[in-house]
Design a protein around this ligand. Structure first.
Ligand SMILES: [Fe+2]
Length: 388
């Protein structure tokens, strides 16, 4: 396993100039008519590009934003459409202590909505030292900490904490919000639902999908419904396992053999550089994580292997809390499909999966993540006592 970690092919990955995903596009979707909306962008991390979501909820005379996104012009313009109808942004909530991708937009968003009250998940950390909030660009005067300073909109929102779990470098914690008027649970990273339909935001630029739908770097980017679906399925595998079991990394010699061909000397084709080689049966890995039309509800695979291996009780405790939300109808996570139909029985199903033997089995796809976890543990980065 350490061998895999030190595999020289792996070491090369971060050096590849990454595909210039069109990250700045923002789309607005209405998730629950007249009550909840989603602003979505594409977040590109290395070779993976997955949509990320800020949820907008209508509250008394205004709006509450959950999981901030970088306020690009387009995002602010879309928000203004809602503001003109439903009132100003009154509250911004960052309900995650660990997901960096959900934090980066907060300072700029806080500057734009100067009157908004800001609520943070407890235990915000900044590596390597804990900086005071103002230094990070978060105005402390109008910032409150969830639970320590109460919770916002108690009459319509039930806030439940998953964690904290001690990760050594910081902690994993997210706070879910059950909005009772819409019977909707808003979560950040813990639960997701994945379907085979590429997210709408890729309609504006399907290039990331087409890029990954190929077998070799010298294949041109061809657009079709099938190619988009194939590329999406592979992005799902990347984001779930970092290095899917059915994926090989070709040697540099092989990679460059197909690179820089005349037609491919452009940014869009990434100059023909394509450092991936998929096994013929790569699709078999999707069975466990991707539904067809109906999103498959699951604990996010990356968290499952990196954060929860020794924290089952904490996860189950949170799912038990969700089970008490008797009328629950929808789930809105910050990634993948939303809204997803969600019932108390779905929460119980997740608990059963965690308690089943299957949870601890190590399929080929999870090898990389499990090895990474083991390695971090051996290095002392993940402490022995996780639940403190
Ligand atoms: Fe996230």
């Amino acid at each position: 396993m350490v061998e895999e970690m030190s595999n020289k092919n792996w070491n090369w990955w971060p050096l590849f100039p990454l595909y210039p995903y069109g990250q700045k596009k923002t789309i607005l979707r209405e998730l629950i008519p007249n009550q909840i909306w989603s602003l979505e962008q594409i977040q590109g991390l290395y070779y993976v590009a997955v949509p990320i979501r800020m949820t907008v909820i209508k509250i008394d005379n205004g709006l509450m934003l959950i999981n901030p996104l970088p306020p690009t012009k387009e995002l602010v313009n879309e928000l203004k459409k809602l503001i003109s109808i439903h009132g100003k942004v009154k509250t911004v909530v960052l309900p995650s202590a660990s997901g960096l991708e959900h934090k980066i937009g907060l300072p700029a968003l806080a500057r734009i909505f100067k009157d908004a009250e800001i609520w943070l998940c407890p235990g915000q950390w900044s590596f390597p030292i804990n900086l005071p909030l103002d230094f990070l660009g978060i105005p402390s005067k109008r910032t409150r900490i969830l639970f320590e300073d109460g919770t916002p909109y108690k009459d319509v929102c039930t806030w439940s904490s998953l964690g904290p779990i001690n990760l050594g470098l910081g902690r994993y914690q997210e706070v879910s919000c059950y909005h009772s008027p819409t019977r909707t649970l808003i979560v950040t990273d813990a639960i997701i639902g994945i379907s085979s339909k590429p997210p709408e935001i890729f309609d504006f630029d399907p290039t990331p999908l087409l890029f990954h739908s190929r077998e070799r770097g010298d294949e041109p980017l061809v657009d079709s419904v099938e190619k988009r679906k194939k590329g999406w399925a592979r992005l799902v595998l990347f984001s779930s396992f970092l290095k899917p079991g059915k994926l090989k990394i070709p040697s540099l010699k092989q990679i460059f053999k197909y690179s820089f061909k005349t037609d491919l000397r452009n940014k869009r084709s990434h100059f023909g550089i394509y450092p991936f080689m998929w096994d013929e049966d790569w699709e078999s890995s999707l069975v466990e994580i991707m539904g067809d039309d109906i999103p498959m509800i699951q604990i996010a695979p990356v968290l499952k292997k990196l954060i929860f291996p020794r924290s089952k009780e904490i996860l189950i405790g949170w799912l038990e809390e969700i089970k008490t939300l008797k009328d629950i109808k929808y789930l809105i996570p910050a990634h993948f499909s939303a809204p997803i139909k969600f019932k108390v029985a779905d929460s119980q199903k997740l608990i059963n999966e965690i308690n089943s033997e299957k949870w601890d089995i190590l399929p080929e796809d999870n090898k990389f993540l499990m090895n990474l976890y083991k390695k971090l543990f051996e290095l002392g980065i993940i402490p022995e006592e996780v639940n403190s």
